[in-house]
Design a protein around this ligand. Structure first.
Ligand SMILES: [Zn+2]
Length: 123
């Protein structure tokens, strides 16, 4: 995998990371812009409460929690992948050490295992 390819996948990982971070609401190093303390000129605070009420259901909470956990795992995998790119170890299966196929990295750049090892993991 050449440098151009790596740069492109790195950019993809960073974009994914940002997107997931936004969803999970984790602190990401950014310019610290926030909506806090802004005067609400529309004067209609009920809107947000109504939206929140939709989610005040145990099942919804549970599902949401699962999604957040999945996304946190995903973030860790993305961070790992970014670190591997830095260290020039990107694309090697963490289990058998073989090169993960390019098409797999293309769709899942944060993949830790090759398809074979992944299948073993899941069984
Ligand atoms: Zn493997």
């Amino acid at each position: 995998m050449d440098a151009t390819e790596l740069t492109r996948l790195r950019r993809k990982l960073l974009a994914m990371r940002e997107m997931i971070s936004d969803n999970v609401g984790l602190e990401v190093a950014d310019d610290g812009s926030s909506d806090e303390g802004g005067g609400d000129l529309s004067g209609n605070p009920l809107d947000m409460a109504d939206i929140d009420a939709l989610y005040e259901d145990d099942i919804a909470d549970e599902v949401e929690q699962d999604i957040i956990e999945d996304q946190e795992d995903e973030l860790l995998a993305i961070d790992d992948a970014l670190e591997k790119i830095e260290k020039g170890r990107f694309g090697a299966c963490e289990s058998c050490g073989c090169a993960i196929s390019r098409s797999r990295l293309e769709s899942v750049p944060q993949a830790r295992f090759c398809l074979l090892c992944r299948r073993v993991e899941e069984e």
